[in-house]
Design a protein around this ligand. Sequence first.
Ligand SMILES: [Ca+2]
Ligand SMILES: [Ca+2]
Length: 192
Amino acid sequence: MSNFCKRNSEDGTNLTEDQIQILLKNTPFDRDEINEWHREFLADVPNGRMGKYKLIQFYKLLYPNGKCDKFCKRVFKVYDRDGSGKIDFVELMLSVSITASTDMNQKLSLAFKLFDKDNSGTIEREELIDVIQSIYDMTIHEKDFKRRIDVEELVDEIMEKFDDDKDGHLVTQEFFQGCINNPSLAELIIPY
Ligand SMILES: [Ca+2]
Ligand SMILES: [Ca+2]
């Protein structure tokens, strides 16, 4: 029996009770919704392990005229919590539920991870430029998106307003507080 469960959880096509419990605890979805999401996930990703290419395809549906590759590669790294090189159903649901939620702290903490490319625990100017540029490459062509913005200028403004101690690094507190105090800037840089 235990071997059977283990095999199922490893091949990613079955939801274990442990996984359901994690999702019930950490997402707004109930058991039926989780099972329904899982069925749809498997219809799209039959082996239960989503690779980078699949994620890029998904974003291309959302932004058919944008360049999604770079942003997707970054998102993929953040969603792939255990660094296995694939996104499983639980990882996808945990991240998607944050982007869909109204919990500002969770959203900011996901955004912080997105920007902190080298996992140093702080966000640097170059990281902001790089990630914001990739967001714009993806979204700029959409007609409802705001006019083209000079990314370097935008980043200068962010550093000016967010970096309280002017040391060139944004710690979590500076990033969170900066986004809360400057909602119009936050809106430009948080892609969900
Ligand atoms: Ca960093
Ligand atoms: Ca600082």
